[in-house]
Design a protein around this ligand. Structure first.
Ligand SMILES: NC(=O)c1ccc[n+]([C@@H]2O[C@H](COP(=O)([O-])OP(=O)(O)OC[C@H]3O[C@@H](n4cnc5c(N)ncnc54)[C@H](OP(=O)(O)O)[C@@H]3O)[C@@H](O)[C@H]2O)c1
Length: 332
């Protein structure tokens, strides 16, 4: 392979508050891979909330292709581990091609599922919900569970795992269409639009006996309302706090109900998905079985083309996705 034109997204300035298209640029770079290089054509890339704090805190460098999860197909390779035509996962999204020595690639061997599921329900997104709820949240059958950002990628998996464990599940989300999705597609017990109602009142209606497990994706007003309604020995696995990610230092709003943690001996514990890597085989077996049984569903919001990757990230922060936000870069 002589030369490749690689269109990639650069962060050109650090956002103050909500990112805007002007913080990003589409740049055309020329790649000249060596014969020994593995050349991957990216097919789909993941768009994740954690990308937002990284734009401000320096983790995402300026004026170079942005990092991010992606799935691609091997176009050139002399490697037996990653032969031509193999599907691989890596962290060099936000570009059309990735040139590698193989050390940053993981092989994907899909069974009967769609390739893209490995970027969400069967990948880190699903494992986040699985480990966060079952390990950190110590979920027990029949408990009362509240999930925020419930119609998103992680939240929708958390809701369904809780239903599989015979829990009563309430979810919050940012639109009436998402309420409909949660009630009528995912079959949870109660859902509300936090933009048009009082979170505290809705939780009293949806979970009148209180909350055993609050799967925390949002922080701020959600945490304030949920913490005050936790039952004795309740658990709050803290997955994310997206309501704070556009704030300086990702600082969240104050919470006024923490004293309920004393009276009801509530545990709040943060977690990061890599803690659960040792569970991956069991996780995949469980998820595939639940998918086959029709008890684990998913939705994708897919934007087209590398040029729309910034819009996908900005859209995610505005709640434009139901389920997983992806960008399709090429046909598989
Ligand atoms: N701990 C870990 O290892 C780990 C791993 C992956 C993800 N996470 C966290 O999990 C959470 C969900 O991630 P995801 O990838 O599944 O994203 P997602 O839920 O698919 O997308 C983000 C959603 O957040 C909601 N949102 C945005 N701004 C909000 C605000 N100010 N208040 C309330 N909701 C808001 C939007 O939905 P609405 O329309 O409902 O507002 C949006 O669709 C995030 O907090 C993320 O950081 C943590």
């Amino acid at each position: 392979m002589t030369e490749l034109l690689n269109r990639e997204i650069h962060l050109t300035s650090r956002p103050d508050g909500m990112p805007v298209p002007e913080n990003f640029a589409l740049v055309a770079a020329t790649l000249t891979p060596e014969p020994s290089d593995i050349v991957v054509q990216n097919l789909y890339m993941s768009v994740d909330p954690a990308m937002r704090p990284a734009l401000s805190n320096g983790q995402t460098p300026l004026d170079t292709a942005m990092p991010g999860g992606a799935i691609g197909k091997v176009l050139q390779s002399e490697s037996e581990s990653f032969p031509v035509g193999a599907y691989v996962m890596h962290r060099s999204g936000f570009r059309e091609y990735h040139v590698s020595d193989g050390s940053d690639l993981a092989l994907i061997t899909p069974e009967d599922e769609a390739l893209t599921t490995h970027l969400h329900i069967l990948g880190g997104t699903g494992l986040t919900a699985y480990g966060g709820l079952l390990v950190t949240g110590e979920l027990k059958d029949g408990e009362n569970v509240f999930v925020s950002a419930a119609a998103g990628a992680v939240g929708s998996v958390a809701c369904q795992i809780a239903k599989i464990r015979n829990c009563r599940v309430a979810g919050s989300c940012g639109s009436d269409a998402k309420v409909d999705y949660l009630l009528n597609e995912l079959g949870i017990d109660y859902a509300f639009n936090y933009k048009t109602s009082s979170i505290s009142k809705e939780l009293h209606r949806g979970l009148p006996d209180g909350i055993d497990v609050y799967f925390e994706n949002v922080g701020g007003a959600h945490l304030d309302a949920a913490c005050g309604q936790m039952r004795p020995l309740g658990r709050i696995p803290v997955c994310g706090m997206i309501s704070a990610y556009n704030n300086k230092g990702a600082r969240s709003e104050g919470v006024t109900t923490l004293s309920n943690m004393i009276y009801n001996r509530v545990t709040m514990k943060g977690f990061v998905v890599y803690e659960f890597n040792h569970l991956r085989d069991q996780f995949l077996a469980d998820m595939r079985q639940w998918m086959r049984e029709g008890r684990m569903k998913y939705q994708e919001t897919v934007m087209e083309g590398i040029e729309n990757a910034p819009a996908a990230l900005i859209g995610l922060l505005h709640g434009e996705n139901t389920g997983k936000m992806l960008v399709r870069l090429a046909d598989g």
